[in-house]
Design a protein around this ligand. Structure first.
Ligand SMILES: Cc1cc2nc3c(=O)[nH]c(=O)nc-3n(C[C@H](O)[C@H](O)[C@H](O)COP(=O)(O)OP(=O)(O)OC[C@H]3O[C@@H](n4cnc5c(N)ncnc54)[C@H](O)[C@@H]3O)c2cc1C
Length: 305
């Protein structure tokens, strides 16, 4: 079986590519290692910035995308991709189950949260250590939490958590934030949020749940323990590229280098969604990439590119 397009990943980018692929009359297969449709978005409680669907549940949005692609006839298989072989006009996608042949590939494998890498973080994940304020914030109603980070996500998380928690510490390793000024102003005006500058987390401490954070001030060297019930890590994301051979050109962080047309350094292989170099990683930009990748593929298959 020779597919026109194999899409790797069933997040918003991959599922939108599947919809556009089927509507373009392409023989389309979606591969994913994730049994839940929607990728990352399925892990969030609510999405309130996808146009036309205010306050939709993350899982519901993912299901809607997949139902749409399936209704148009896209084929789905659960498999983990370990390699993409470029044989010119055809490509071979190697999975843990089989090798599949295709004319083109859309890589839409998304990104993942970076870890702080301190003792106790891994052990207490799910027991007070979280990477998703939207998912877990409500569990910390009237409790004390910390957010670690200094970008937009950390600032947004602190504001969001202040709706539930009795107190939010925002711990940043520098003396100024990188995040948007409007968010900085909101954080500073929020009485529940206390900013701790120039400080790093050395350890997350707790037996069956987070009890406190061991902190060091980078300027003074002073160490202290901060009692908290939860800690939200907002220290960035990284692309899900580890363990996959044959990928096209990547930037210094591992993101696949591609512009709005999603074309990569390998003809016939496209990168869509959070995994590609881009300004904004959101559902709407991932979905837009899925559409653009298929438009580029149509041109490629027609010999226009
Ligand atoms: C907690 C949370 C809340 C968010 N809230 C919002 C929000 O409110 N609004 C918004 O617009 N965006 C939000 N986002 C961001 C949004 O979810 C992402 O930008 C979007 O999901 C990216 O889509 P994607 O298709 O590029 O990748 P993903 O959604 O990451 O999907 C990639 C898929 O590929 C699969 N995969 C990875 N590697 C392989 C492999 N080797 N083989 C096979 N399959 C593989 C993964 O398992 C996954 O299913 C949120 C993200 C998180 C984590």
């Amino acid at each position: 079986m020779l597919y026109d397009v194999i899409i790797i990943g069933n997040g918003p980018a991959g599922l939108t590519a599947a919809i556009y692929g089927m509507r373009a009359g392409l023989k389309t297969l979606v591969l994913s290692d994730n049994p839940m449709s929607g990728g990352q978005i399925a892990t969030t409680y609510e999405v309130d910035n996808y146009p036309g669907l205010p306050k939709i549940g993350g899982m519901e949005l993912g299901d809607k995308f997949e139902e749409h692609a399936k209704a148009l006839g896209a084929e789905f298989r659960q498999a983990s991709v370990s390699s993409i072989e470029d044989h010119g006009d055809t490509k071979v996608v190697v999975t843990d189950k089989e090798n599949l042949e295709t004319k083109t590939v859309v890589i839409s494998i998304g990104a993942d949260h970076s870890k702080l890498g301190v003792p106790g973080e891994k052990e207490l994940t799910g027991m007070g250590v979280s990477y998703c304020a939207t998912c877990d914030g409500a569990f910390f109603r009237n409790r004390v939490v910390a957010v670690v980070g200094g970008g937009d996500v950390a600032l947004e998380d602190a504001i969001f958590l202040s709706r539930f928690a009795s107190k939010v510490y925002l711990i940043h390793r520098r003396d100024a934030f990188r995040g948007a000024m409007v968010l900085q102003e909101q954080v500073k005006a929020n009485e529940k949020i206390e900013i701790i500058y120039d400080t790093v987390v050395d350890e997350v401490v707790g037996k069956d749940a987070v009890e406190c954070l061991r902190l060091s001030n980078k300027k003074t060297g002073e160490q202290c323990e901060l009692p908290v019930n939860g800690v939200f890590m907002a220290v960035g994301t990284k692309p899900n590229v580890v363990g996959i051979q044959g990928l096209p050109e990547q930037d210094e962080k591992g993101y696949l280098v591609a512009g709005e047309d999603c074309a990569t350094s390998i003809p016939g292989i496209y990168a869509a969604g959070d995994v590609r170099t881009k300004q904004l990683r959101q559902v709407i930009t991932a979905a837009a990439d899925g559409a653009n990748a298929i438009t580029s593929i149509e041109k490629y298959l027609n010999g226009q590119k």
